[in-house]
Write a protein that binds this ligand. Structure first.
Ligand SMILES: CC(C)(COP(=O)(O)OP(=O)(O)OC[C@H]1O[C@@H](n2cnc3c(N)ncnc32)[C@H](O)[C@@H]1OP(=O)(O)O)[C@@H](O)C(=O)NCCC(=O)NCCS
Length: 170
């Protein structure tokens, strides 16, 4: 595969804002976890599209925790950015906040790391541009992403064994 020109993390940055509507909440008026996960996936895939300029599919979403509720009528804000690009896969970090419209108070709600794979129109894997971290923080995130990738790939092997009863070929 031909090496592509590198891109900076800022080129894939995404901010998505939505008002939380009653249809997306439980009887207590707080947003459903599944809705937040959907929005995390959407913000993440847009960042992956921007980095790769190709179709991208989700292959992994790491553990997601919900730290504080987002209430009906509040804003839910999602910030996503590519933290690492490997060969055909990219890791994206998504941070979620709530914002009260009247007071302006903003609270962190969740964060998640997702992995997307770039594919072409035939569904074949596609190489993605390398990521060029600029700041010290972006370089640290890239190092951490490399370690997380190893853990994910080990877990993927174990999941395959659980689902199929067959061991991964190495
Ligand atoms: C994307 C897909 C075609 C990749 O197939 P695959 O057999 O896993 O392919 P490979 O093992 O060659 O892996 C391809 C890349 O994905 C990465 N990858 C695959 N599974 C991964 C996982 N669980 N976590 C992190 N990275 C993963 C590999 O490391 C590799 O990355 P690299 O090219 O940057 O080194 C296949 O997993 C698929 O179709 N998954 C379903 C995608 C989908 O439909 N998502 C929506 C929700 S179901």
């Amino acid at each position: 595969m031909q090496q592509q020109k590198g891109k900076h993390p800022s080129e894939s940055r995404v901010e998505m804002v939505e008002v939380v509507l009653p249809n997306d909440t439980n009887p207590l008026g707080t947003i459903l976890g599944g809705k937040v996960m959907h929005l995390i996936d959407m913000a993440g895939v847009i960042a992956a599209h921007r980095h790769s300029r190709s179709v991208a599919v989700t292959v992994a979403m790491d553990q997601v925790q919900f730290l504080s509720p987002v209430k009906v009528g509040e804003l839910i804000i999602l910030q996503a950015q590519v933290t690492a690009a490997f060969h055909t896969s990219m890791e994206v970090e998504v941070k979620v906040f709530s914002e009260n419209l009247l007071s302006g108070v903003r609270r962190p709600t969740s964060s998640a790391f997702l992995t997307f794979v770039a594919i072409d129109e035939k569904g074949q894997l596609r190489q993605v541009p390398p990521l060029i971290p600029q700041t010290r923080e972006e370089k640290r995130k890239l190092e951490e992403a490399r370690r997380r990738r190893q853990i994910r790939l080990r877990k993927k092997g174990k999941s395959r064994v659980n689902l199929t009863g067959r061991k991964e070929r190495t």
